[in-house]
Design a protein around this ligand. Structure first.
Ligand code: NAP
Length: 294
């Protein structure tokens, strides 16, 4: 049976994909690329083959990819370095004889430099171009925003301060739960029919909600008077700076909020449900689990 390799397997998404694969196929087919094998002891115990490697180190990537048919590349998380890192992964996949590359890209409407999340968008778009011209069979997964980002954007102290404070206006987002994204990725990796070959697939959730609606859902779940306040961006930046939040974090929060405000992530679709063969986890069910375990 063909061998599959997942990168970033000590991170949230990569680990979830490996867990989804383990439920569907033999561990002997599953390989992972990690920076530190000690962090993957749980995967080794489950029979997964662990390769140490780094997106910065071409030779380590080629070594890991030898004999692998399909690679699932989790995009890197160092924004300023990741275009070159992604190029390294693509080049190594070609050199090692990998057949098919699956890449985690992003949901969008605006592909120009006017995108509110241009910094992030550019890295994905350049990677997509590189993959498409590599000669590899590819599947580009345009991931919508994970529901798992809501507790992070809403803040760790939401149940005490009761306020979601973001410059996202009334824009809506078609959130999808990361574990659903991971399971869809596993199904695509295991598919042998070729139906996902050379496709870009938008994977978003089946309903789009505003931050006001998110606040209402959390209010209903917790019984606490949660509200959403949408300040102008300048006011938001100043407030977070006064609270000593790092500039890079403020910039990303403001950019993603602005993108949500202009509807960059509001396309709903049922593609993920078709791939999964079941309904997606609902936002209410996901938030219920998060906010009742706090
Ligand atoms: N759509 C969304 O809402 C959304 C939200 C968050 C993230 N994302 C995207 O999904 C990606 C993964 O997210 P995540 O939550 O799984 O992130 P994460 O938990 O930070 O995991 C990133 C993984 O990549 C590995 N990695 C980072 N740099 C590497 C390098 N130079 N060489 C080899 N491996 C490297 C990390 O290894 P270590 O364990 O050694 O650090 C980690 O396993 C992000 O980069 C981002 O593009 C999308």
């Amino acid at each position: 049976m063909s061998k599959i390799l997942v990168t970033g397997a000590t991170g949230h998404l990569g680990k979830a994909i490996v867990e989804a694969l383990l439920k569907k196929t033999s561990s002997t087919r599953i390989h992972v690329l990690v920076r530190d094998a000690a962090k993957a002891a749980d995967l080794i115990a489950k029979g997964v083959t662990v390769h140490e490697g780094n997106y910065d180190d071409h030779a380590s990537l080629v070594n890991a990819f030898k004999g692998i048919n399909k690679v699932y590349m989790v995009s890197g998380n160092e924004l300023h370095k990741r275009i070159q890192q992604h190029y390294n992964v693509v080049d190594a996949a070609v050199e090692a004889g990998v057949k098919h590359l699956v890449y985690t890209s992003f949901q969008r409407k605006n592909e120009t430099e006017t995108s509110p999340i241009q910094l992030v968008a550019e890295t994905h778009l350049k990677t997509e171009e590189k993959i498409k011209s590599s000669g590899l069979i590819y599947t580009i997964l345009e991931h919508g925003i994970y529901a798992d980002m809501i507790p992070i954007f809403a803040g760790a102290h939401l149940l005490e301060n009761h306020t979601i404070y973001l410059p996202a206006g009334n824009g809506k987002t078609a959130y999808a739960v990361r574990n659903d994204q991971a399971e869809a990725g596993a199904i695509i990796l295991l598919d042998e029919s070729g139906k996902y070959d050379n496709e870009s697939i938008e994977l978003a959730g089946p309903e789009a909600v505003s931050w006001g609606q998110v606040a209402d859902i959390i209010k209903d779940i917790t019984g606490k008077p949660i509200v959403y306040v949408a300040p102008p961006v300048d006011e938001f930046n100043a407030a977070l700076r006064a609270a000593h939040v790092p500039d890079e974090v403020i910039g990303l929060m403001a950019a993603f909020s602005k993108a949500a405000d202009v509807g960059e992530f509001d396309n709903v679709n049922n593609v993920m449900e078709v791939i999964l063969g079941r309904k997606c986890i609902t936002l209410a069910a996901y938030l219920q689990q998060v906010y009742t375990s706090k």
